[in-house]
Design a protein around this ligand. Structure first.
Ligand code: R5P
Length: 311
């Protein structure tokens, strides 16, 4: 294999791609990514990538064109004789359907894994997959990084007092517990029921929150229903300052309005997804995950361990 690392940014993460290139001190590959007149996606890699170790940076949030673009770039790289293709997916979309929990529904997280493999990716570098088992949906190597070290450094610098980390649903307990341990904080859980796919209802708070500064920790904020409802209930239960932290700022529907109107003082997210209309909500702080992803890419390329990135 030629020693040179090649970095390609899809259109979903152009800015993040640029920052990763800067971290690695390499140029992004020249590409032509656009549309044919009928709307179909057109991809062409303009640089020679024959025999190279290629990393494609593309999050697969909606619309599905982002996913399709990743598949097309990967296919183009394979047909251009790249030696190894790594799909770097800061946000893995379609992850929330990861099991058949109702009759007649797909397991989209598995289907997407199959598509990425079929498009000739040799490995995947992901960030905070919605469920750990998605790693096993792939028959190729998957490194699933966590954004916790990035979120943790920022939140620790906030000098919160008597902190309680709150997981807004039972699925996030493991992540919440390890975050609370690092922060020297206690853990509480919000018992949430989903009434429909995009609506949830808070039932109970498990743990002490009165008089505490709160960090609501989740992997995704989509409609912000989960986060804002949890914040209301926590405030009513006597919580002091409330901060929300999540890796992926999907921000769909009325998310920004809900966050604005909620008792949350600051919403800390990462740039795994470019912020949509972020300027409409002054509470949002975006943390940069390019050093984390860049370092993982460097280590994968040189064959070094990436374990240190999980500390
Ligand atoms: C659920 O399992 C996830 O961890 C998030 O809590 C959920 O995706 C957030 O969705 P929303 O912001 O629409 O309530």
């Amino acid at each position: 294999m030629n020693d040179e690392l090649k970095l390609i940014a899809g259109t979903a993460n152009m800015e993040l791609g640029g920052k990763i290139a800067e971290y690695l001190n390499v140029e992004l590959c020249k590409t032509e990514i656009g549309h044919f007149s009928d709307g179909e996606i057109k991809v062409r890699i303009e640089d020679n990538i024959r025999g190279r170790d290629v990393f494609i940076i593309q999050s697969t949030f909606a619309p599905a064109d982002n996913l399709l673009e990743l598949l097309l770039i990967s296919d183009a790289c394979s047909r251009a004789s790249a030696d190894r293709i790594t799909a770097v997916i800061p946000y893995y979309g379609y992850a929330r359907q990861d099991r058949k929990d109702q009759p007649r529904v797909p397991i989209s997280a598995k289907l997407v894994a199959n598509l990425i493999t079929t498009a000739h990716a040799d490995r995947v570098l992901a960030l905070e997959l919605h469920a750990a088992q998605i790693q096993g949906f792939f028959d190729i190597q998957v490194d699933n990084l966590f954004a916790a070290p990035v979120l943790f450094e920022y939140i620790r610098g906030m000098k919160l007092k008597n902190v309680t980390v709150v997981s807004p649903d039972v699925g996030g307990i493991k992540m919440g517990r390890s975050f609370a341990k690092r922060l020297g904080a206690s853990l509480a859980i919000v018992d949430k029921r989903r009434t429909t796919a995009d609506k949830s209802e808070v039932m109970n708070i498990i743990g002490e929150v009165a008089g505490s500064d709160i960090v609501i920790l989740d992997d995704i904020i989509s409609t912000a229903g989960t986060t804002s409802q949890a914040a209301e209930v926590l405030k009513a239960a006597g919580a002091r300052k409330i901060i929300a932290a999540a890796t992926h700022a999907v921000f769909s529907g009325q998310a920004l309005e809900k966050l604005e109107q909620s008792p949350i003082e600051e919403v800390v997210v990462t740039n795994s997804i470019p912020l949509r209309n972020g300027s409409r909500c002054g509470k949002i702080k975006v943390l940069d995950v390019s050093p984390l992803l860049g370092e993982a890419i460097r280590r994968i390329h040189t064959g070094e361990s990436i374990s240190i990135l999980f500390d």
